[in-house]
Structures are given as C-alpha cells and as structure tokens.
Design a binder for this molecule. Structure first.
Ligand code: PEP
Length: 255
C-alpha cells in the first residue's frame, strides 16, 4: 500500500494553551486510530513544544519544530539545537519554510547545514521548497526547485534518506493572500522534483515523500492527491481546528 503524510504548521498563531486544546481534541478523535500507511504530524510554536511532547508521547502523531540551528550548541542567542528539541519529544523539524527564506533571509546554504544537523541527530527534516510568483511567471519554477533541492540536499547521506520529507509550497499559493495552485500545475512540479531526487539519489530518491502545501482545503485536496508524485499534504489554515485536521487527514487517505 502507498504511504502518505499529513500535517500542519501552526506558525506563530497558537499559544501553549491553544496547542494543548488542539492536541487533546485531536487525540480524542484519533482514539483507536492506527495506520501503517499514514504518517500524521503537527508543528506547533516553540513555547508549546514541551506540553505537546508530553501529550503526544505514545500517540500516532509526530511532533515537529518550526526551525532549528545547525550547531550542537554555542553562542547563538535565540536559537535552538537538535538536542534541545529531542529532549522535548520532537522527531521532525521543518526547514526552509517560505517565511523563513523570504522574511528571515535563510539561504539554501544555511538550510543545507540545518538538514545535515537534523539527520545527524536522527530528526526527520521536512525541507520546504517553492517558487515565487515572479519565478513562476518567468517560467523558471522547475529550475528554482532543482536549485533548492540540489543545494539544500548537498552531501545529504544516503543512509539518512528514510528520514527526509519534502514539501512543495509555491510561495504565491500559501497563507492568507495565497491563490490555490491548479492540480495539474502541482503534478508537473512534483514530477520535476521526483526526477531531480532520482538524479541525486538513484532509486532511493523515488521513495522520498513529497508533500504539497498551499491553500489546501477539503474541496481542492482530493485533486492534488491524484498526482502520482504527491505523497501527502502539508496544510496551514484548514487544519488549525483539530476536528478539521482529523476530517481532512482521515477522509483523504486510504487507511
Ligand atoms: C503554509 O503557510 O505553509 C501553508 C501551507 O499555509 P496555508 O495552508 O494556510 O496556505
């Protein structure tokens, strides 16, 4: 059976208390849920991680962080390391979200160091890639995706590939001003990313989960999942309510 991933990034919205309510409601819905083919995850804010880690322990939902520094420790005020995250029960880290790239200036070279640090610590890196509207209009989306993948994954160890997840999130399609991307457009970009990953890693590149994100909602989600190289969804606003998260996740995937 094919494997899928489904998860949400809560950005800088939910407080620790909001996250606690979300998780308790979600776990209530998920009572008795078990699937070997669907990986669920949530990515709350840093201050909510400890509470989330406690609540999600032994649950079917993985806990992710929204960022991480590449160093094990050091003079990096305001940053967090893999070891600090692992202590809280974090097993995944989102790297290169468009807000990190475009608001905070993270480069592919920075992300490469973070990806390698995550995999060294056995944390699943969820690398986000995606073109801006200007890059799409100039017809260089696939070139841009190839660059982000090749630079971000430079020297990525083959033995860590089972940990890697990638989310394609066109910058123009995400968030409150996002315009949903046509499903056939997304399918082509995922095919291009798969070709690049196969070029980089051979057949193992064919098994790296490729998630799609950007204004996904219950009506457009099934269309995205018909593409052969879309292995899951990475959802923002439409999954911030626990019942909607549960409904979207479980209605979309064959369990
Ligand atoms: C995002 O910002 O990464 C995202 C997918 O958000 P939304 O689903 O709200 O567009």
């Amino acid at each position: 059976m094919r494997n899928y991933c489904f998860g949400t990034n809560m950005k800088m919205y939910k407080t620790r208390r909001d996250t606690e309510i979300f998780i308790k409601t979600l776990l209530d819905q998920l009572k008795g849920f078990h699937s070997d083919s669907l990986e669920l995850f949530i990515i709350p804010s840093f201050p909510a991680l400890e509470t989330a880690g406690r609540l999600l322990k032994d649950s079917p939902v993985l806990l992710g962080a929204q960022n991480m520094h590449w160093a094990d420790e050091g003079q990096f005020s305001g940053e967090v390391s893999a070891r600090m995250l692992k202590e809280l029960g974090v097993s995944m880290v989102m790297l290169g979200h468009s807000e990190r790239r475009h608001i905070f200036g993270e480069t592919d070279a920075d992300l490469n160091k973070k990806l390698l640090a995550a995999v060294r610590s056995s944390i699943c890196p969820l690398l986000c890639v995606g073109e801006t509207k200007e890059e799409k209009d100039a017809g260089v989306s696939d070139e841009l995706l190839r660059m982000q993948l090749k630079q971000g994954l430079f020297q990525f160890p083959k033995e860590g590939l089972h940990l890697l997840r990638i989310a394609y999130e066109p910058v123009w399609a995400i968030g409150v001003s996002g315009v949903p991307a046509p499903a056939d457009y997304v399918a082509k970009r995922h095919d291009a990313m798969r070709a690049c990953l196969t070029e980089l890693f051979g057949t193992e590149g064919g098994a790296i989960p490729l998630l799609f994100g950007g204004s996904v909602n219950p009506s457009n989600a099934p269309g995205y999942l018909t593409a052969p190289n879309v292995d899951g969804l990475f959802v923002g606003r439409s999954a911030w309510d626990a019942e909607n998260y549960y409904k979207l996740a479980t209605s979309l995937f064959p369990l």
